[in-house]
Design a protein around this ligand. Structure first.
Ligand code: G6P
Ligand code: ZN
Length: 542
């Protein structure tokens, strides 16, 4: 074997964001860009003699990147790499493989829901042996290293073919190619009543799952159409494509519009769902009934005990701060803990490890549980299916009953994408500076009760995260949150999250935007969104 050491220089901007390092594909394909980051990662985790899991969402540059990482892993003394066949592993499946095979962490290649292709985005992140995204201490160490790196190690030999299952060697390292679906599908069968869901499909229940030409295609085909007997064609856009067919693989009413429109039409099947580029996000839609991610989390928490994997009840529920308080109401009733964390799945890791939470969720279409340490799109879909199989009611009815019991948290998120970065940062800085003067202020018929900049202390490891979003609480049981996205690659994305509680079942059928009109108007005025962004309205409403 011939190990080469190549001289390199630090490249600016290799700082992991909310979920790993994400950049435009062209940036990633520059000579040395991927190599610098991977060597910095190896320098931070000292991988000699270890076993790593490796896979990605199949987007453009996935295969080449896997080859480079394998050659660098071998040159850095890694003992074994467990890689998904064809370089494929959905993010939750990668987490499942890390945990089931007890590997010393793993590397996941994905830019999640961002478009792929030459003109799209690419990304890489490291997950720790528990299966979850690396915490801040590790990502900072990696970033720190990218600023001083002077060489990287790589094997001259080409990486082995990963198209077929089996083992090969690369230098002294073993490359083990596994079925990307098997471990994950086994895990799902251990959690859910596949018999009941099979009976549901056999009884004529209809469903469409939109894989958006992304990584969940093969997972959904095998599980829904294979193991659960859903008719062929249940999974739409099932073939993963390097550019996701030119689409934006983010499962929300805007980007999964064809499915959304179908679900709102006369021809709607009983149930609709979609997942994102790397399979960790989900969208749930009943016939004529869109379920917001915040409501989905609450309904899943209230009904999880109907699935065998959660029959003993939940230890607690956790949600990210901008997610609505609907899940908190369920936790209160169940007498279990409710945790509020900053945005980013990594913040749930310690709570899951410590047994403080069983189910977690975010408004950004992520839901999951302690079965892995990533959010899990298909898991959410299967838990919904398990609940539907037991309750035998339409989604709309389940939602209505839920709201009647707990009240409804009207909720919406408005995104202003690709905004001028300095302008967005100034908007946030000015809001932050104005916080002390806000209580008592009247806007659009609402009165500010309290306002702050969310800071979090992890109850398990004591780590602190500050400036995680500006929260404006109104006397009228409403809230507006301002935050800048941590996952974009161009300009800034301003997110405005609005919610308002409505206890009266007679008022649970309103259009969400109408029910939230005053909160939206108050927030818009407070931050002068139109003036600062130059936009008349948001680009995406979820
Ligand atoms: C990724 C993370 C999520 C997070 C989301 C927020 O999907 O895995 O945990 O909620 O990004 O993204 P944002 O763009 O709002 O920072
Ligand atoms: Zn994702």
């Amino acid at each position: 074997m011939s190990k080469t050491t190549i001289a390199t220089k630090p490249i600016d901007g290799q700082k992991p964001g909310t979920s790993g390092l994400r950049q435009q594909t062209a940036v990633f394909m520059q000579p040395g860009y991927l190599e610098n980051f991977v060597q910095s990662l190896f320098d931070a985790i000292d991988p000699a003699g270890k076993t790593l899991t490796l896979g990605g969402d199949g987007r453009y540059f996935n295969t080449e990147a896997i080859g480079t990482i394998l050659r660098m892993a071998a040159a850095n003394g890694v003992a074994r790499v467990v890689v998904g066949q064809g370089g494929i592993l959905s993010t939750p499946a990668a987490s499942a493989v890390i945990r089931t095979r007890k590997t010393d962490g793993g590397i996941i290649l994905s830019a999640s829901h961002n478009p792929g292709g030459k003109d799209g985005d690419f990304g890489i992140k490291y997950n720790i042996p528990a299966g979850g995204p690396a915490p801040e201490a590790i990502t900072s160490a990696i970033h720190e290293r990218t600023t001083t790196i002077s060489e990287y190690h790589i094997l001259e030999e080409a990486a082995p073919d990963i198209a077929a299952l089996g083992e090969a060697t690369l230098g002294d390292m073993v490359v083990e190619v596994i079925d990307p679906v098997e471990i994950y599908a086994d895990l799902m069968q251990s959690l859910f009543d596949f018999g009941a869901i099979r009976d549901l499909f056999a009884s004529g229940f209809t469903m469409r799952f939109d894989a958006m030409h992304a990584v969940t295609g093969p997972y959904a085909k095998k599980i829904l159409e294979g193991l659960l007997g859903a008719p062929e064609g249940t999974v739409m856009n099932a073939t993963p494509l390097p550019d996701f067919g030119g689409g934006h693989p983010d499962p929300n009413p805007t980007y999964a519009k064809p499915l959304f429109d179908l679900m709102m039409s006369q021809d709607a099947p009983d149930f609709g769902a979609a997942s994102d580029g790397d399979g960790d996000r989900n969208m749930i839609v009943g016939r004529g009934a869109y379920v917001t991610p915040s409501d989905s989390l609450a309904v899943l928490a209230a009904n999880a005990h109907l699935a065998p994997g959660y029959a003993d009840g939940l230890k607690g529920v956790a949600r990210s701060m901008p997610t609505s308080r609907a899940a908190d109401r369920v936790a209160l009733k169940l007498g279990i803990g409710a945790h509020e964390t900053p945005t980013g799945w990594k913040f749930f890791g310690t709570l899951l490890d410590a047994g403080l939470a069983t189910i977690c969720g975010e408004e950004s279409a992520g839901t999951g549980s302690n079965h892995v340490r990533e959010k899990d799109g298909l898991w959410a879909v299967l838990l919904w299916l398990n609940i539907l199989a037991v309750r035998k009611q339409p989604v709309a009815e389940i939602l209505a009953e839920h709201w009647a019991e707990f009240g409804r948290d009207y909720y919406s998120r408005h995104d202003y994408e690709g905004v001028d970065k300095p302008a967005a940062e100034a908007l946030m800085a000015d809001l932050r500076a104005a916080l002390p003067e806000l209580p008592g202020r009247k806007l659009a018929g609402l009165t500010v009760r309290e306002a702050d900049d969310f800071a979090y202390t992890d109850p398990v490891d004591g780590s602190r995260a500050a400036q995680q979003g500006i929260r404006i609480f109104f006397e009228e049981d409403a809230r507006a949150v301002f935050r800048l996205s941590g996952t974009g690659t161009v300009g800034a994305t301003l997110r405005l999250y609005v919610e308002r509680f409505e206890p009266d079942p007679a008022r649970h059928d309103l259009d969400a935007q109408k029910a939230l009109a005053e909160v939206i108007s108050a927030a818009g005025t407070l931050a002068d969104i139109a003036g600062r962004t130059g936009r008349a309205g948001p680009d995406v409403i979820t």
